[in-house]
Design a binder for this molecule. Structure first.
Ligand code: ADP
Length: 259
């Protein structure tokens, strides 16, 4: 990846972490978490040590996506020990509080919970930490982007116009805090019919690629809308873990290599 070099300091809570990369989207439901997990597994397949911090506090889906159960343990430094799945280290607010609890938190509580989670996890040595950002470009997202040693950001979008407007906002937000945009990933690009294999552009076609070109940021690749991907995610066995060399695994590995 073409990342900016930022050397962690001794007081940095992420001192064991090489590069911290945000995965962001303008709105929820575009597949940001699905992308984060499969991209992380693609980076593992490329030989990197990878962690995921699920900072999507309103809809933490990492436990489901990775099939994680139970509560994380406490390490020697009285910090949370990340959980492990499929060669990844993982931490999520969903492992710490009941889903209904965080839903009703106000902005400042959300921010302090995220800040605390950033500071209080005892990551093992990592080359890359992917941060699954809360969707949107409000104050909490801006504070998180600003307060974290981010080497870059990846933006996930569907090809739809409404999602693309948010891509512009997301890019503007990261530019404001001088975080380089590593690129845009188009998710749900084409629907591949599981019966006949034919392809349909349900949310339109090529929108994210055109938009990335217009905004002068790299286009990293397109992931189709497929039943297999959704089913694997729901079963807690992400598609890249199930079949790293299959067609979808290859798409994610290509994206991981491009970024
Ligand atoms: P977000 O994190 O942006 O809210 P999710 O990653 O939770 O979105 O995805 C929303 C839903 O869409 C999930 O049920 C997920 O399994 C499904 N999904 C995401 N990407 C795809 C895809 N490319 N093909 C099929 N289903 C997908």
């Amino acid at each position: 990846p073409k990342l900016v070099e930022k050397t962690p300091s001794k007081t940095d809570p992420l001192e064991n972490v090489g590069h911290v990369i945000a995965v962001a989207s303008g709105k929820g439901g575009v597949g940001k978490s699905t992308t984060t997990v499969n991209l992380a597994l693609a980076l593992v397949a490329l030989g990197l040590r990878v962690g995921i911090l699920d900072a999507d506090i309103y809809g933490p889906s990492l436990p489901t996506l990775l099939g994680l159960h139970g509560k994380p343990g406490m390490g020697e430094g009285r910090k949370l020990r990340p959980m492990r799945a499929y060669g990844l280290q993982a931490m999520s607010m969903g492992l710490l509080v009941e889903p209904e609890t965080a839903m009703v938190w106000r902005g400042p509580m959300v921010m302090s919970a995220i800040t605390q989670m950033m500071a209080d996890v005892e990551w093992g040595a990592l080359d890359v930490l992917l941060v699954d950002m809360p969707p949107g470009t409000g104050d909490a997202q801006l504070a998180l982007a600003q307060g974290t040693r981010l080497a870059g950001a990846v933006i996930v979008s569907t090809p739809q116009d409404l999602s693309l407007i948010d891509v512009r906002r997301g890019i503007a937000m990261f530019r404001k805090v001088d975080v380089p945009i590593l690129g845009v990933i188009e998710n749900m690009a084409q629907f591949i019919c599981p019966d006949c294999g034919s392809s349909h552009a349900i949310f339109g076609e090529g929108g994210a690629k055109t938009e990335a070109g217009r905004l002068g940021v790299p286009f990293l690749g397109a992931v189709p809308l497929t039943m297999a991907l959704r089913a694997a995610s729901d079963a807690g066995q992400p598609i890249v873990a199930r079949d790293p060399d299959g067609p979808l695994g290859q798409i994610y590995k290509d994206i991981a290599q491009t970024m």
